[in-house]
Write a protein that binds this ligand. Sequence first.
Ligand SMILES: [Ca+2]
Ligand SMILES: [Ca+2]
Ligand SMILES: [Ca+2]
Length: 950
Amino acid sequence: MSAGHRRDRKKKRLLVYGVASAMAVAATAGTLALATPDLFGTQDAQAAGAPGTRLQSDFAEAAKEFHVPQSVLMAVAYRQTRWEDHDGLPSTTGAYNVMGLTDVDATDLDGHDSAADQRELQLSHMNLSGDPAVEKHFDAQRALKSLRKQPVDTGDPRLHTLDKAADLIDASPEKVQSDAKQSIRAGAALLAQYQKEATGSLPDDPGAWYPAVARAGQSPDRKGAELFAKRVFESITTGESRITTDGQTVTLPADPTVRPKHTSDLQLAAAATDTAPAPDCPTGLNCDFRPAAYKQNSSTDNTDFGNYGVANRPTTGHEIRYIVIHDTEGGYAGSLASFQNSNTYASAHYLIRASDGLVTQVVQNKDEAWHAANKSMNMHSIGIEHEGYAIKDGSWYTEPQYESSAALVKYLAAKYDIPLDREHIIGHDEVPGVLDANVKSQHWDPGPFWDWNHYMQLLGAPTGAGGAGGLYKAGQVIRVVPPFTTANQPKITNNGASVPTQPADFVYLYTSPSTGSAPITDPYLGSVSTTEGWNWGNKAVAGGEYVVAEARGDWTAIWYGGQKAWFYNKGGQFAAAVGTQDVVVPKAGSGPIAVYGRTYPEDAAYAGTGVGVQTSNNASLTKYGFAAGQQYPLAGPAGSPVNGSYYNSGAFDGSGTGSRTVVVGSNTFYPIRYNHRIAWVRASDVDVVKSTAPDPGTDRYNILGRDSSGVLWQYQGSGSASAPFLTRYRVGSGWNTYDIVTSLTALRADGTGDMVARDKDGVLWYYKGSGNPSAPFRARTKVGGGWNMFDTFTGARDLTGDGKADLVARDKSGVLWLYKGTGTTSAPFATRTQIGGGWNMFNALADTGDLTGDGKADLVARDKSGVLWLYKGTGSASAPFATRTRIGGGWNTYTVLRGPSDLNRDGRPDLVARDSSGVLWFYKGTGSASAPFATRTQIGSGWNMFNMIV
Ligand SMILES: [Ca+2]
Ligand SMILES: [Ca+2]
Ligand SMILES: [Ca+2]
């Protein structure tokens, strides 16, 4: 095909698409503001199609021009790049533009900043085996020098598909790199070329294009080629649609009728030096495999190699128990290059790209990647690197990255039976240093801006952040869950400079219950500013479980690194109770016990294995300890401790006695969450006991307040007379649709208690208690209409002695009616019966529960002169109240009277009253019918912000 011929065709297309483009501009004008400036960048883009539809047209035209089914062309592009042109910039592996055609020359490979401060950063991301036997081979000079060399073989034909395709359309490689339309044309031409070579024709049936599609994945092995083809045909049969980064709407309609014609004699991409296995990845994720280097570094020492240990995990002693989340502190390309350079002695199993969440597997999960700088953790974990920075002027992690990472972790956790909690899904910052010399240098990524709450939510294992809080007591296990919101923006500095205020994933820890007290320090960190991001010693990170050492009001102390560490925990809402757990305590009578940064086997276990006893084989972290009286939660497999183990990679090729051998000891360890990090204790040093059960909330009672905007707030009962309510918690909005809301049963701190509410149309709605304090009501159900015949009503607890809560309602003529409870949510009340007339003398009614101690629910009523009366319950449905008795006068100072039940946990229900100035008063119940309330005490002010209190 000549260049002239192509030009003719292009003119024709412009005529056809010119009309469509004018219409499309009008249709998509509203979205232009969101698009990048690049949208208007090139004349080609302006000429060839409207913003938003240009790419779709390019696919259609190129498909026609080169006789490739459009679905095949689009699906191949989608699976290469998700139709992103990346502004013509190359991928980490030299792929360009929408078709992902490759073009890698030696001059493209020097991506490294040679600035001096890069050097330290680069070095800190090397030598991560955490195994002194491997670390001794590391040579910083050699590693830095080698990183400047080419990390890839640029002669590999797979890295030059763009050159070949550009030839096919007589275009320059530069044009095919930078221009999406030319990339698509070149890609189409290349697909057609592949298909002709395979079958000698260009069939109309997309399914017949299987050989070309398989080859287009550029995998040199059959499995990889088939996997790529499988994904492409998935896209063809199920369809794809997305809006690209530069605002192009692209749609590949589903065609479920397409059947790929598999063939046994696939022509593969030219073989290269590496054969990449298929990535171990859940379906639906965009994954590839770019192997880390596995290469001998010394010609004389075959135990000196990088960047991982070939192994056969999971096997006995080499189980996979943890997933470690990292960030790269650098770009995807540079990180990949360092993994592919055997002098770095660093690798990970996966690397996730920030821009699109691409998951690149680097090391197979059966092998031991060197990522956590802790041999024991490397042995028993999968390491996932995320392109990003722990702190870089208020950095944040992209959503595609969180989502890809969570999908990957969910898949891996299921595959290897790893619990989805924060003691098993941990950050690198939660991995201990192996020996005294390594504690301070251990990394602190992913840092304070990784949103663990969001991440665990994506994993389907929410931390409990944002919940109702509660009351905590010594000996119970809590999860520390600071919200990743503007409610938690602690001051952070980076090398002394303030980091912009933003939500963070930790709380500061103090030596006393006061922000003015000294922060907790770690004995290994020396003098370091409290607020430095890398000072993990005073930070409890979201999701971690700890044992409560003491609780005082809004402050909670946890056992943390051998110390009692206090954090501000307003309303208990920076923590979440977890049930009774296994915790460890020092064996009775033992002094402070040792804490370990690794779990090596005992010396004797090495005998006969060909593996030498490791240096400092039994060393602990000597500045740490764990004294009697302290407790730490288990952070490992439930029930049984883990055996000490050491994996010896040995020789590069696995030859010789002791190579690729797991030494398993008979000594055992328990992993615990010791401080910010996980650590280990010897099973022989500790007893495993059950933690204290959390307060069940069954004898603490709440009240609710509705503010003028219609938001309903929950005040959880504390059980204390002096401060009977914890800090309020937002239940939800939209409650101003109701003019009466009343509880039928007491609202308890355990999230039980039912309510009814009447809307302004007179419809009554039933809210059943959920049992979840953080979402205390189930979805409402409709009771019925016509309830506006009453001028007031109130829940009345059980008046009839059948155990079911009843309601009393006063009609406009002053008659009080009994609605007997049925106990069913769908029809909660029986037909009303009359109690009596004359009740319009009262301007307030409040159900209180049993004030008199006879087991029958009572009611109080205030008359218009301000006298409060007691209506003692009889337990009889026909006459539920005895004759009223006078409690006292002067009650007309109050705008609200409520009987939430027993607030001070003395077993007798109490009363609260709000006066017109907004002060809330507590009337302690006495249990006496003649004088049912003690002298009032003030329990709060500002309560007139609520226009309803329940
Ligand atoms: Ca009843
Ligand atoms: Ca009573
Ligand atoms: Ca009481």
